[in-house]
Design a protein around this ligand. Structure first.
Ligand SMILES: Cc1cc2nc3c(=O)[nH]c(=O)nc-3n(C[C@H](O)[C@H](O)[C@H](O)COP(=O)(O)O)c2cc1C
Length: 215
């Protein structure tokens, strides 16, 4: 077994530490963050930091890196007050990865990386046509994290556009059918498979499957 302590982490070579810390927490959802500048320039970048924050109100959190001059996403979210999150699929993960390249400010990753903008009435930033799940959000809290210069963006879900048969009868999203890809670190892409779905856990109940073909 490898035991790695705080001193070892501090002494690690920079890119080695980055690779380890980026992947230590496991599989993460991958989304394409769609924004638009106040003068109408669209922007797209891959993010792996989106997380569920609450269902009522429906909130998603997301962590953005300390901004550099060419980074448009946070600027656009602040100025337009809307953004979109679009799932990365097995068909699009290579193009999605390319959106992380440092294109100059104002250059559209939609064009550069082969994605099609999808527009919805009443929503300024573009969605990604190729994504099977498209989410429209409004930022409701933007908090600078003093510890490392990152920014927590909390968004309220205003709109969901999902391909047919992706919403299950109980409301859950079927990510297998949606072709949603998961990620680890900044370079590994996975197509997960369903192990089981389990009944709501209660202290006096045995763990049981809610899938009809399992016991
Ligand atoms: C797999 C993967 C996941 C990423 N996740 C994030 C993330 O959660 N937050 C972030 O700020 N950048 C993330 N990045 C980096 C951004 O995609 C990259 O910095 C991008 O250029 C920012 O776009 P912008 O310049 O248009 O703002 C990720 C990159 C990769 C390859």
């Amino acid at each position: 077994m490898d035991t790695i302590g705080s001193d070892d982490i501090e002494k690690m070579e920079k890119s080695y530490r980055t690779a380890m810390m980026n992947s230590i927490s496991g599989y993460k959802p991958l989304n394409l963050l769609g924004t638009i500048s106040s003068d109408g320039k669209p922007n797209l970048c891959i993010v792996s930091s989106v997380f569920h924050l609450g269902s009522n109100p429906p909130l998603l959190g997301m962590i953005l890196r300390p901004p550099r001059p060419h980074n448009d996403s946070l600027k656009n979210i602040r100025s337009v007050n809307q953004y979109t999150l679009n799932n990365v699929t097995s068909e699009t993960y290579r193009n999605a990865h390319q959106t992380s390249a440092s294109y100059p400010s104002g250059v559209s990753e939609f064009e550069q990386c082969g994605f099609t903008a999808y527009h919805q009435e009443g929503f300024k930033p573009p969605f990604v046509k190729e994504s099977t799940i498209k989410i429209g959000l409004e930022p409701v809290q933007i908090t600078d994290i003093e510890l490392n210069g990152t920014t927590l963006v909390i968004g309220k879900i205003l709109l969901i556009i999902a391909d047919k048969d992706i919403t299950l009868p109980d409301g859950s999203i079927d990510h297998i059918n949606a072709g949603t890809v998961a990620g680890s670190g900044l370079d590994s892409y996975f197509l997960p498979r369903l192990l089981d779905r389990l009944a709501y856990a209660k202290p006096d109940l045995q763990v049981s499957s809610i899938l009809t073909n399992k016991s």
